[in-house]
Design a protein around this ligand. Sequence first.
Ligand SMILES: Cc1cc2nc3c(=O)[nH]c(=O)nc-3n(C[C@H](O)[C@H](O)[C@H](O)COP(=O)(O)O)c2cc1C
Length: 325
Amino acid sequence: MKTRITELFGIEHPIIQGGMHFVGLAELASAVSNAGGLGIITGLTQGTPEKLADEIARCREMTDKPFGVNMTFLPAVRPPDYPGLFKVIVESGVEVVETAGNNPSQWLPMLKEAGIKVIHKCTSVRHALKAQRIACDAVSVDGFECGGHPGEDDVPNFILLPRAAEELEIPFVSSGGMADGRSLVASLAMGAEGMNMGTRFIATKEAPVHDNVKQALVAASELDTRLIMRPLRNTERVLTNAGVERLLEKERALGSELKFEDIIPEVAGIYPKVMQEGDVDAGAWSCGMVAGLIHDVPTVKELVDRIMSEADAIIAERLAGIRAS
Ligand SMILES: Cc1cc2nc3c(=O)[nH]c(=O)nc-3n(C[C@H](O)[C@H](O)[C@H](O)COP(=O)(O)O)c2cc1C
């Protein structure tokens, strides 16, 4: 397939792996890029500029294809060293930056000057238009189904993607709920020029996370995610477990009195426990409704090849076959 997204990023298939805390390490990013997609290292997981530089170098050793770094701007108790992290990104010759969580305009001049392409992930048409206005190269349009932070507008992709297509001039990829060839063809039909996947890429052989996490995704259905932190206007879609249900109980009990401090035990420091130690009940971790479409743990290349051949078959056989002659 050739779309404005494959052309922009110099990739073979219009498939991107979104940044994922404690999942988007060099192993996964390089596997996605080697399979012909765009792999992305999650900058904040590394924490310091030195560690990010090492991770980028490690990824560079594992692939000679383009890959990116995700930079997320979210409320943090101790803000990360953004200037240092962006300096490393520019100096290391990374091809793409995926920004998310807030307006990246402050960092665009230095990225543009270095020839780095910027794809901004956003959950509404108005934020996508803003990204276009500040000269981002592309956007990733993240629907209400998505794992992680869906924003507060609650517009699912069947509406959000065609709305984005109506308004945007820069290319965009679908994100949220994407799993297979059907997702890709549907995204293209709705005006996207590729798709971004998070949760689906966790259940792959190369994802550097504990096997319990992959098995939890295979076992989960589309009914097993919950929305947390709505009262704080920092909504996150996570896989349910005892810690998440305890957190939701606190939200119900405290109502508008809820403060971040009330839920620290269920949300702070959870990712290493889940992803590295395999304690999937430790607390809240992001997961999309797409878990209901995950039934196996293939290699990244098997997954990407399967998506592309399914998409080809849908276009050439199923869709071509239902056209009235
Ligand atoms: C475990 C996990 C961690 C994530 N961490 C981040 C992150 O640190 N920064 C970010 O921009 N998006 C993050 N995301 C969101 C993904 O990049 C992507 O937008 C989302 O997963 C797409 O929805 P899907 O899971 O339905 O494919 C995360 C998602 C998951 C599942």
